[in-house]
Write a protein that binds this ligand. Structure first.
Ligand SMILES: C[S@@+](CC[C@H](N)C(=O)[O-])C[C@H]1O[C@@H](n2cnc3c(N)ncnc32)[C@H](O)[C@@H]1O
Length: 334
């Protein structure tokens, strides 16, 4: 066959070759998660033959996948014995509060084995169950468990958020944290002043876990729980000084967000502030992957840039919309 480029012009295959290897790496990691490999090693089945014998698995395959996890630095090997490394001991042993394996397996389903192309052709979304459905609650809880186990580490990160937003903890400050999850940001505010009052909205299972952490930290009395679907609830009128929406607005369409911002506008007292804090912003690094994931995992969500959030907030009645260093967005009800 005749070539259409000369031999000097043959481009390098590095990028494509790297992707090919990524497929193998992910495939092996996914299999190891499904096989609960790290759990086997944690319980003393520390050689390929012990595991294969005990589980009735194929010996050659067991050894290959164990070696692959060593190559990924998620196991170590001395002679024929495998051992956990700190990362796998912390994140990959099922049953530990810090285990994230189920959430990772859920993420790996994001393209549903190649159906992404089909969705792009048809425009039919979502590929997965919607990331905002109550069926996600066990996965959210598993995902948050390490934050709940080590809340102090997360507070450390949030320390400057409220300062950068110009929001000061004070007696009587009422904060509505919508889709609060583990609620580290609003908890941090409550820790700063015993007079701060938090209202948390999320699914029941999430709230029950989050409030246990608040109680352990001695701020349980400052928290009111409002469990349920944020779409079917009324946040009240003129009640709050701050409304916080962390990492949730990207799950919703522009129209849904406008509806949500209107409800928040009504719930805020005059002078109240809404804060939107989403890592999935079009201006922020990693945007392509977040955008594609949101496309696959939600019915109508997506990446929005500051200009789009500003327009949505203004159409809901907010003014003085400010972007704080390409991070949280703050707007006021005057
Ligand atoms: C990505 S997490 C963000 C958690 C937290 N705000 C943060 O910034 O870390 C999204 C949260 O939204 C909650 N959520 C999503 N859709 C919801 C709905 N319709 N009603 C109530 N909560 C919802 C989920 O349960 C989950 O805890």
């Amino acid at each position: 066959m005749e070539s259409d480029v000369s031999s000097q012009e043959i481009p390098q295959k590095e990028i494509i070759g790297e992707l090919e290897y990524s497929t193998f790496r992910i495939g092996a990691f996914r299999a190891a998660l499904e096989l609960h490999l790290w759990e086997k090693i944690a319980t003393g089945q520390d050689t390929a033959s012990k595991i294969a014998d005990h589980e009735g698995w194929d010996l050659a395959g067991s050894r290959l996948v164990l070696d692959a996890m060593c190559a990924l630095k998620l196991l170590s090997k001395t002679g024929d014995r495998y051992a956990l490394v700190p990362e796998s001991a912390f994140y990959l042993v099922p049953g530990k509060t810090t285990y994230i394996g189920d959430m990772l397996l859920y993420e790996y389903r994001w393209d549903e084995n190649g159906r992404l192309a089909e969705t792009i052709r048809s425009g039919k979304r979502p590929l997965q169950d919607s990331a905002t459905s109550p069926e996600m609650v066990p996965l959210w809880i598993a995902d948050y468990s390490r934050r709940w186990a080590y809340p102090e580490t997360y507070f450390e990160r949030e320390k400057n958020l409220w300062q950068s937003l110009g929001i000061q903890a004070r007696a009587g400050l009422r904060v509505l944290d919508i889709a609060c999850g583990p609620a580290p940001r609003s908890m941090e505010l409550a820790r700063q002043h015993p007079g701060v009052r938090l209202t948390w909205v999320d699914w029941e299972g999430v709230l029950q876990n989050a409030v246990k952490v608040a109680r352990n930290l001695g701020i349980g009395e400052q928290v009111t729980l409002v469990p349920g679907d944020l779409w079917s609830m009324d946040f009240g009128a003129g009640l709050f000084h701050v409304a916080y929406l962390g990492d949730v607005t990207h799950f919703f369409s522009p129209e849904e967000n406008t509806g949500l911002f209107r409800k928040v506008y009504a719930a805020l007292a005059p002078g109240g502030v809404i804060v939107i804090n989403s890592v999935a912003r079009r201006e922020i690094e990693g945007e392509v992957w977040d955008g594609l994931w949101l496309y696959a995992a939600t019915a109508s969500g997506g990446l929005y840039d500051f200009g789009e959030y500003k327009a949505l907030l203004e159409s809901a009645g907010f003014t003085n919309v400010i972007d704080i260093n390409n991070g949280p967005i703050r707007a006021e009800k005057i």
